[in-house]
Design a protein. Structure first.
Length: 236
């Protein structure tokens, strides 16, 4: 079971923390985000981790090493220039299975990555994890018809959306067909290519806690959640 942690971003929304350290090394409590992910993946049965690095790559490689301290082999896809959220996959010489888990390196979740990996359907190009979020609108929302007359009036509605959790399983064969080595590419573009080729892209909505740690207020919320419920995120 092979996982790729995306750890190449600059983390500009987490400044001043990320002036001196890369985002994946920002701690949740006293554990860096990337270590938390590594320990989760190892405990859930993964046998290899590739860390895709770019910005401050040397610091991440020094911290993670070869994975010996966590009992799982770690190697690296090193971007000399930014390649987007999935372009770094083109730098990986080989994969260990017919599928690969991709997870953002700024993710706090109790998602069972192993179950997600195993549930991926062989014929599908991708399995995308989604989380339902609601947005409260503080105004009365109007709808008008083609003639400019009122067609609907809703006071302060709540809109519900499925948003990507940044945890996806991709079929290696599909990636090899739609991503060129050295190409800059983001996940939405790759998914669009899959769909354009008629490949299946399945969306699953797991019952899991998830928080994107890309902003300072979310980092504070994540630290609070982790300190109150560490057992949700780390195996005993």
């Amino acid at each position: 079971m092979h996982a790729v942690i995306l750890a190449g971003g600059k983390g500009s929304r987490l400044r001043p923390f990320t002036f001196s350290i890369p985002k994946p090394l920002v701690p949740i409590g006293d554990i860096p985000i990337v270590e938390l992910l590594i320990r989760q993946l190892q405990s859930q049965g993964f046998t290899r981790i590739t860390v895709s690095v770019g910005h401050m790559a040397a610091l991440i490689r020094t911290f993670c090493g070869d994975g010996t301290q966590w009992g799982i082999p770690i190697d690296y896809a090193i971007e000399d220039e930014p390649l987007g959220t999935v372009g770094g996959l083109g730098l990986i010489a080989s994969f260990d299975d017919d599928r690969v888990l991709i997870v953002n390196g700024d993710t706090l979740t109790d998602l069972d990555f192993g179950e997600l990996y195993r549930s991926h359907l062989t014929d599908d190009a991708a399995t995308i994890c989604a989380n339902r979020r609601s947005v409260e609108i503080d105004f009365g929302v109007l709808e008008a018809d083609a003639d400019g007359y009122l067609a609907g009036y809703t006071e302060k509605p709540s809109l519900s959306y499925l948003v990507s959790m940044g945890s996806n399983v991709l079929s290696v064969e599909a990636v090899s067909q739609h991503l060129q080595t050295g190409e800059r590419l983001d996940m939405p573009q790759l998914i669009t290519r899959f769909q354009g080729a008629g490949r299946g892209v399945r969306v699953v909505e797991p019952h899991a806690y998830w928080l994107d740690l890309g902003r300072l207020d979310d980092l504070e919320e994540g630290a609070r959640m982790f300190s109150e419920h560490p057992e949700r995120f780390l195996a005993p």
